[in-house]
Design a protein around this ligand. Structure first.
Ligand code: NAP
Length: 249
């Protein structure tokens, strides 16, 4: 069945792969990112593959922008019942060097963003009596040096997910989280740059620590998101799936 999905942070990386995957699963997809122009590539890839997509520019941490974005999706693609809260940023630093702004911006995009988007979309999910929410957590939720802000946000995503599952289950809405390990995207590229390591060497170093012997790719995460968004996953809710090439990466 064709449904309308919103994927946040879908201009690139994991969000772009998830948007493409949900479109190939037959859904109409709103490709949402900070800058609408940056969404063009993902939208074109979906259209080239025969799918339906629109670009939406919005900051997920801004309540008014979120309300406008969800209203636009409803008007142009139909009421959204699938939501993937993927938009994210990193501002890594050891605790003693971490600024209040590093803390606030990371918590704001991940947690406030997921909260605002989910609150706006659940209206349509409850009305439809069906919905899927997928939240991006991370293996960093288990603790990661230099990421006090990000680890707190990603652990928070897990508690948020479980609570949505409890509150929205009676309306046919499931909520699950995916906790990726090392995925090759611009986010990990920027970490390599900050550490002064070539990206290929950084990927090889990460792969050496991962039980399946390779780094992850955005399509690995998109596949898990596709399952959680499917009709047949209707009895799976409140779960955190580590997609990390092993129990922890
Ligand atoms: P990415 O390549 O950096 O892409 C993130 C996207 O989110 C960017 O297009 C970015 O837009 C957008 N974004 C940032 N702030 C936003 C906001 N306030 N409103 C709307 N969009 C916003 O990241 P990724 O590696 O694909 O990561 C996607 C998600 O997976 C994130 O939640 C990340 O924390 C999580 N994750 C990633 C990994 C990994 O290894 N890559 C591992 C675990 C979890 P701009 O380009 O304009 O900033």
């Amino acid at each position: 069945m064709t449904r309308t999905a919103i994927v946040t942070g879908a201009a690139r990386g994991i969000g772009a792969a998830t948007a493409r995957r949900l479109a190939s699963d037959g859904h109409a997809v709103a490709v949402l990112d900070l800058d609408e122009a940056h969404c063009a590539e993902t939208v074109a890839a979906i259209a080239d593959a025969g799918g339906e997509a629109i670009a939406i520019g919005a900051n997920v941490a801004d309540a008014a922008a979120v309300a406008d974005a969800v209203a636009r999706v409803e008007a142009e693609l139909g009421a959204p019942t699938i939501l993937v809260n993927n938009a994210g940023i990193i501002r890594d630093n050891l605790l003693f060097k971490m600024t209040e702004d590093d803390w606030d911006s990371v918590l704001s995009v991940h947690l406030r963003g997921a909260f605002l988007m989910s609150r706006a979309v659940q209206v349509h999910q409850v009305k439809a009596g069906w919905g899927r929410v997928v939240n991006l957590s991370s293996t960093s939720a288990l603790g990661n040096r230099g990421q006090a802000n990000y680890a707190a946000a990603k652990a928070g995503m897990q508690g948020f997910t479980k609570t949505l599952a409890l509150e929205l289950g009676r309306y046919g809405v499931t909520a699950n989280a995916i906790a990726p390990g090392f995925i090759v995207t611009d986010m990990t590229r920027s970490t390599a740059e900050r550490m002064g390591i070539g990206f290929d060497d950084f990927i090889a170093g990460a792969a050496a620590e991962i039980p399946v012997g390779r780094a992850g790719y955005p399509d690995d995460i998109a596949a898990a998101a596709s399952f959680f968004c499917s009709d047949e996953a209707g009895f799976v809710s409140g779960q955190v799936l580590y997609v990390a090439g092993g129990p922890r990466a």
